[in-house]
Design a protein around this ligand. Structure first.
Ligand code: CA
Length: 393
């Protein structure tokens, strides 16, 4: 899409935004046709590859992990959508649009961004990522996925950036891959799709990954997935409850709390974790978590005594994104609890629509200055996006 069309589309979008509560400093639609005063950067934007899809099909059929949540949810989705009929899939089936769009790391994706006025996407491998494989396969898939992602970023360095898939099944290998992906591929941090075969990253055997992230000064994005083996059963009587409807945030928020309570942030105080979906509900719970964990620590000595209350670490070591949460009530809560420096704009494309997320953030009841932080400067700081997007950029 040429610049003129982009500008016009953006002007139309901005024109409609003027009907909302905030005008981002634009007093009339005609001004919106000029250069935009900030970049819209969306930071939880997902992709997949055919290699990953086929690997997932094979592991489900031949060697499923001991994860009833994964096998049942994804097995049902696959049967329902015909996902494993790759030929069918490639001609397009109703309901599979999200997955098809996930494979597009080029022009189709860029056009969808242009249509909504999104300047840059920070890409990550869609859930469940490589968490479901044994160590050797997960490590190989992480490397090949990172190569593919870096190739896409090199083709559109001003529009795409990416996070490195890493496989905690081999913690030292994951740390090495994070370093390789950041230093030689130009990726901007690590991506882990929550638990790895039912194991959470609060186990110190995984902390070599966090040590490396702190050393490289890059964040780790923890994206949700279907809850682990011992947690998923009560969700499963209502299909979908275990997934993005509710199970995803329950799993990811538990994961984040386990990290906080493990003391990992006392050991790695500069480590930064990114959570999607408005912080997976945690901003709502922080004061009560502090109060009750202090009470219970007086009853039984905790596994590790923390230097600060749990909320301290959430406010110092986490950033949250707005992915899939285009609702002003939770947006306002997160903004108030974390402050405008720790909230980042995200869409959750292709599983959510770019236009919906932009419309919601444009109309959010925040100051123009805070919107610039949420749309642009926080992402630039956290993911170092103002630096080179990748080799050759
Ligand atoms: Ca997502």
């Amino acid at each position: 899409m040429d610049l003129d069309r982009r500008t016009l589309l953006r002007a139309g979008l901005w024109g409609s935004a003027l009907l909302g509560a905030n005008t981002l400093g634009l007093s009339r639609p005609a001004e919106a046709a000029g250069p935009t005063p900030f970049r819209r950067i969306a930071v939880e934007e997902e992709f997949s590859t055919l290699e990953l899809l086929l690997a997932q099909r094979k592991v489900l059929a031949e060697n499923p992990p001991d994860e009833p949540g994964f096998t049942r949810f994804w097995g049902t989705m696959a049967d329902s959508l015909g996902i494993w009929g790759v030929v069918q899939e490639l001609v397009g089936l109703p309901g599979s649009r999200g997955l098809m769009r996930a494979f597009d790391l080029g022009e189709g994706r860029i056009e969808a961004m242009d249509a909504a006025g999104i300047d840059m996407q920070v890409l990550q491998l869609t859930s469940p990522g490589v968490q479901i494989y044994d160590a050797a396969q997960a490590g190989d898939l992480a490397q090949s996925t990172n190569e593919r992602l870096a190739e896409a970023v090199r083709a559109h360095p001003d529009r795409l950036a990416g996070l490195a898939t890493i496989a905690p099944q081999d913690p030292a290998g994951a740390a090495r891959e994070l370093e390789r992906a950041v230093t030689t591929l130009g990726l901007k941090g690590g991506l882990i799709n929550s638990h790895t075969r039912n194991e959470y990253l609060d186990d110190p055997k995984f902390w070599v990954i966090f040590e490396k992230a702190q050393e490289l000064d890059v964040p780790i994005y923890i994206h949700p997935r279907v809850p682990a083996r011992d947690m998923v059963k009560p969700f499963q009587e209502y299909f979908g409850l275990e997934a993005a409807a509710f199970g995803f945030p329950m799993d990811a928020s538990l994961h984040a709390l386990r990290l906080i309570l493990s003391g990992v942030f006392d050991d790695y105080p500069r480590l930064q974790i990114v959570l999607g979906h408005m912080g997976e509900g945690l901003p709502f719970w922080l004061p009560r978590i502090d109060k009750k964990m202090a009470l219970f620590a007086s009853v039984k000595e905790p596994r590790r005594k923390l230097e600060k209350p749990p909320s301290h670490y959430f406010l110092e070591n986490f950033h949250i994104t707005t992915s899939g949460m285009n609702y002003h009530a939770p947006m306002k809560l997160a903004h108030e609890v974390l402050g405008p420096e720790r909230v980042l704009f995200a869409v959750d494309y292709p599983f959510e629509e770019n236009e919906d997320a932009v419309r919601a953030m444009d109309a959010a009841p925040f100051s123009d200055a805070d919107k610039v932080k949420i749309y642009q400067t926080n992402a630039e700081r956290v993911f170092k996006l103002s630096e080179r997007a990748g080799p050759g950029a």
